[in-house]
Design a binder for this molecule. Structure first.
Ligand SMILES: [Fe+2]
Ligand SMILES: [Fe+2]
Length: 196
């Protein structure tokens, strides 16, 4: 499927202009970051366009669609079904858009909470999703410039900012985000939120 057909299919699947425009911006930033780091720009662009296919599904639908596919759902995901949209979007990219590239599917599956092991493309999509120009937080532009120069440094700074934000709100980070933070050598102990 060429990129124009892919974009049109995503637009129809999402049924919402706001979310589609986010996907267009993520695709663009992911493509630029891939070019900057000598990674596959087409794969990055496709991953960006497809990353949020399940983002607008309500919690119960996310749980149901995962159950339907026998996807394992852990305790954190059961309590926070929204994070399942990442893994489910990867499944939908495969089923509905014929994506078979494991690198693209992996990036989509890891774009929300990260993982203990992340490829360059995984990092590119994670960063593009968090740092696209439609995001509105003070460090955004600075982090996006950092991502162009140094993926690992941008991952550290972005994970730190995410975990601080979660801690301020008293929301625990997922086990995968903690694993990503550890993999990027962040001191996670003081950022952990403990729940009873
Ligand atoms: Fe997402
Ligand atoms: Fe997104």
């Amino acid at each position: 499927m060429n990129f124009t057909a892919l974009s049109k299919g995503v637009r129809e699947h999402l049924g919402q202009r706001h979310r589609y425009e986010h996907c267009v911006r993520v695709a663009r930033l992911a493509e630029n970051l891939a070019r900057a780091h000598g990674e596959d720009a087409r794969a990055a662009r496709s991953a960006g366009m497809l990353h949020d296919l399940a983002r607008l599904y309500p919690a119960q639908r996310l749980l149901d669609e995962c159950a339907l596919r026998n996807m394992p759902v852990d305790e954190f995901e059961r309590r926070n079904p929204i994070v399942l949209h990442a893994r489910l979007s990867a499944e939908l990219a495969r089923e509905r858009f014929g994506v078979s590239d494991p690198a693209v599917l992996s990036a989509i599956a890891k774009h929300t909470v990260g993982a203990g092991s992340m490829s360059a493309l995984d990092c590119i999509l994670y960063l593009a999703d968090g740092l696209e120009p439609g995001r509105n937080f003070p460090q955004r532009a600075e982090l996006a410039r950092l991502a162009e120069r140094d993926l690992a440094a941008a991952m550290r700074a972005t994970l730190l900012s995410t975990m601080r934000h979660l801690k301020e709100r008293g929301v625990p980070a997922s086990p995968e985000t903690m694993a990503a933070a550890a993999a990027f050598a962040l001191p996670t102990g003081d950022l952990e939120v403990r729940t009873a």
